[in-house]
Ligand binder design. Structure first.
Ligand code: MEV
Length: 320
């Protein structure tokens, strides 16, 4: 049997977290701040030495195979990640094991990229800082989203509850009182790439109208930030409802997501909206302590759900 020390040298491991965007998705691509919270689960990855010159990634549970140098979008994203890491031409074989679904608006692609970057670096005897892991994953996200803001890879690498602004990065957000969210999957996969392109096309065609919505969103994010710090759940709930209306106007919601929002509000949620890229994926509902009515309503309609709690505890200091 190989001794553990030599085994370790032949294997690198990394993990990273999924996220929910509480407010500001899509507008964040254009420089509007967004608020997001990391989930307690994400993606784990293992890296092993492979055939020289060949970098390959597989995620069996997603049916994903990507080879750097190939033509498919996943191939190009993985090549961008490996290129950013700049760890030479050694062969590498990466296997991902997600705890969150892909296409659900929960930042799974960014979590995979950060986890893979950490695993590959560890295989080469290096430990990435959160900033390095986030930057490597951003290269991959740019390929996958077309024009990524960087919020997903930043949350995946740093965790916590944060305000993100493109070009500035993350700042910590003090949470005045715990916030309980139900996250439900609409049952349809969303393509962030397609939704980001749809918003870009609307922005090209109706620039003034879209910019007005982005300005409204910036004000909403500011109000939500104050509400989160003050522990004012009722105001935060109203902000979520207004944010969903703007996302709907931008054309990234679906019939199923709109119905989930309506059902959650009918069940007593303080607020609800789609989260992430939209076009499918997930919705979130803010509840006042008791999540049972929203869970019952969404589960009765066939949606898989989890409940997550954003806690009013101090955030860890960011390590650069
Ligand atoms: C996707 O989780 C969030 C979007 O705003 C895209 C991005 O910011 O890269 C839709």
């Amino acid at each position: 049997m190989a001794d553990p020390a030599s085994f370790r040298k032949r294997m690198g491991r990394g993990s990273a977290l999924g996220k929910v965007i509480l407010l500001g998705e899509h507008a964040v691509v254009y420089g509007v701040p967004a608020i997001a919270a990391a989930l307690s689960e994400g993606v784990s990855a293992w890296a092993m030495r492979g055939q020289r010159g060949r970098a390959h990634l597989s995620v069996p549970s997603w049916g994903l195979q990507a080879t750097a140098g190939g033509e498919r979008v996943g191939d190009r994203a993985f090549a961008a990640l490996c290129g950013k890491l700049g760890l030479g031409d050694d062969g590498v074989e990466v296997v991902g094991e997600p705890q969150i679904p892909a296409g659900a608006g929960l930042g799974a692609s960014a979590a995979l990229a950060v986890a893979a970057a950490r695993a590959i670096a560890e295989l080469h005897g290096r430990k990435l800082t959160p900033a390095e892991a986030s930057e490597a994953a951003f290269a991959s996200e740019m390929v996958l989203h077309g024009n990524a803001s960087g919020i997903d890879n930043a949350l995946a690498a740093y965790g916590g509850v944060r305000v993100f602004r493109r070009g500035e990065g993350l700042s910590a957000l003090r949470v005045g009182a715990s916030l309980k969210f139900v996250i439900g999957h609409s049952g349809e996969d969303g393509s962030t790439l397609e939704m980001v392109e749809a918003v870009a096309s609307l922005h090209r065609g109706r620039k003034a109208d879209v910019e007005q919505r982005f300005a409204d969103l910036a004000a909403l994010v500011g109000a939500a930030q104050d509400a989160i710090m003050a522990g004012d759940r009722a105001t935060l709930g109203e902000c979520l409802i207004e944010n969903h209306a703007i996302l709907r106007w931008l054309g990234v919601s679906t019939f199923a997501l709109d119905k989930m929002v309506d059902d959650a509000l009918d069940a007593g949620a303080l607020g609800a909206k789609l989260t992430g890229g939209g076009g499918g994926g997930s919705a979130i509902a803010l509840v006042d302590g008791d999540d049972s009515a929203v869970l019952a309503a969404w589960r009765a309609a066939g949606h898989t759900c989890i409940t997550t709690e954003v806690r009013g505890s101090p955030l860890p200091i960011l390590a650069g």
